[in-house]
Design a protein around this ligand. Structure first.
Ligand code: AMP
Ligand code: MG
Length: 402
């Protein structure tokens, strides 16, 4: 029996794809170049943040006990003992009972004070300050180490760095950052009918769409795409390009030629350089998908229909690429809504139906897998589990957004 007839469930295919993904190498980059990279180690605070107890407002540092009972009509009067200077090397003046010290936002709280009265609630009369509100201990103050303690883990390995993370890395003294090396992933488009984008296809030829789908997909996930162009369905040409891709990349995506027809070369090419683990997945669209190892490198054979290619990239290649980039923090972006039409589905295969999100309403877009227009019109897909015969109108569904 052919391997193709024995399709494997999506979960198993994902497990196989992940299992053959080599873990990333590590490199150290300057902080300036670390944005969107994936941390390869946990990162710790080298100092307390903040390093001193500071005010979160412009105001007067006080002893909260001195402000008990203060109000608009009966303010308490405190002696202005001085001002805290921003960034000063020395401590601000120590505070005696019945006094206060002016502290700007971010300024250091003097010893003896435990709250800051906002200037909006104070009135200065010569050397005296009238405070018109009672303050609680700790009010308008951030204590030393309240944000992060020296030695505390601030970011975990596997996180793709966001703008806020860059700020934390700076605050914790990381002028260089340990990150996962970006995997190089080759893209080969196969098919006698394919022409480059710049050409106008004649007869039954079509432009090569998948190279660019794959490329964008890889860039979005933080991998480095390497294009190997269009290869004819000719074993010699295919072998030459595949060997070049395997020699220079960490993994290869091959579009087209993934079915069981004798003109479909992908499976044989992988087998002669290693092993095919999966040939056929209970996935729609995307059944004729191959997962294998060639010369020790993971190879995914993608079905040629662009909409199928896209689903296989999302469902099967994504976990593999994320594993190779060391990224364990990426979650698909989803929204929920109410289905506006029945989606029928054949039991026994996991199905992905493209949908448009219309406020709270989710409209399915039914289209043949060869059509590109539903890809553009859609906002994402709804997954129909393998064990389900479809989803009925009015059901709440989750949309995985593109
Ligand atoms: P295949 O998987 O090679 O049998 O191709 C299935 C269908 O997808 C055929 O109609 C191909 O013309 C089309 N196809 C294959 N590769 C591409 C590509 N790179 N860009 C656009 N369409 C493609
Ligand atoms: Mg083909």
């Amino acid at each position: 029996m052919s391997v193709f007839l024995t399709t494997v469930p999506v979960d198993e295919a994902v497990r196989v794809a992940r299992g053959i993904s080599p873990p990333p190498r590590e490199e150290v980059v300057p902080l300036e170049s670390a944005f969107r990279r994936v941390l390869s180690r946990d990162v710790f605070a080298d100092i307390d943040i903040p390093g001193f107890t500071r005010s979160v407002v412009d105001g007067y540092a006080v002893r909260s006990a001195d402000t008990t009972g203060a109000g608009e009509a009966i303010p308490v009067m405190l002696r202005l003992a001085g001002r805290a200077l921003m960034g000063a090397g020395e401590k601000p003046p120590k505070m005696q009972p019945g006094s206060c010290v002016y502290v700007p936002t971010g300024g250091e709280i003097p010893e003896g004070a435990d709250a800051v009265a906002m200037i909006e609630y104070c009135e200065v009369i010569g050397e005296e300050v009238l405070v018109k509100r009672p303050l609680a201990t700790g009010e308008n103050i951030i204590y030393q180490g309240e944000d992060f303690r020296a030695g505390e883990k601030v970011l975990g390995a596997g996180k793709r760095l966001l703008p806020g993370d860059m700020g934390i890395l700076a605050a914790t003294g990381h002028d260089t950052v340990p990150v996962a090396a970006v995997p190089k992933i080759g893209i080969i488009s196969t098919g006698n009918e394919l022409v480059p984008v710049a050409e106008v296809p004649t007869g039954s030829r079509v432009r090569d769409v998948n190279t660019y789908l794959c490329r964008a997909f890889l860039e979005q996930l933080g991998a480095f795409p390497v294009q190997f162009g269009i290869v004819r369905d000719d074993p010699a040409a295919f072998e030459e390009t595949l060997d070049k891709a395997l020699a220079t990349c960490d993994a290869v995506l091959i579009s087209g030629g993934s079915s069981k027809d004798e003109r479909d070369l992908t499976a044989g090419m992988i087998r002669s350089r290693g092993e095919v683990f999966v040939h056929g997945i209970s996935l729609a669209p995307g059944k004729p998908t191959i997962i294998g190892l060639a010369n020790g490198k993971p190879v995914i054979g993608l079905p040629g229909h662009p909409a199928s290619t896209f689903v296989v990239l999302m469902v099967i290649a994504r976990p593999m690429v994320l594993a190779m980039t060391g990224n364990d923090s990426e979650r698909p972006v989803t929204v929920r809504g109410i289905l506006s039409e029945n989606i029928p589905s054949a039991k026994g295969r996991e199905e992905y139906v493209r949908v448009r999100v219309n406020g709270n309403q989710i409209d399915p877009l039914f289209g043949k897998s060869g059509l590109l227009n539903t890809l553009v019109k859609s906002d994402g897909v709804v997954k129909i589990p393998a064990g389900s015969e479809g989803i009925e109108t009015g059901t709440e569904v989750e949309v995985i957004l593109w």
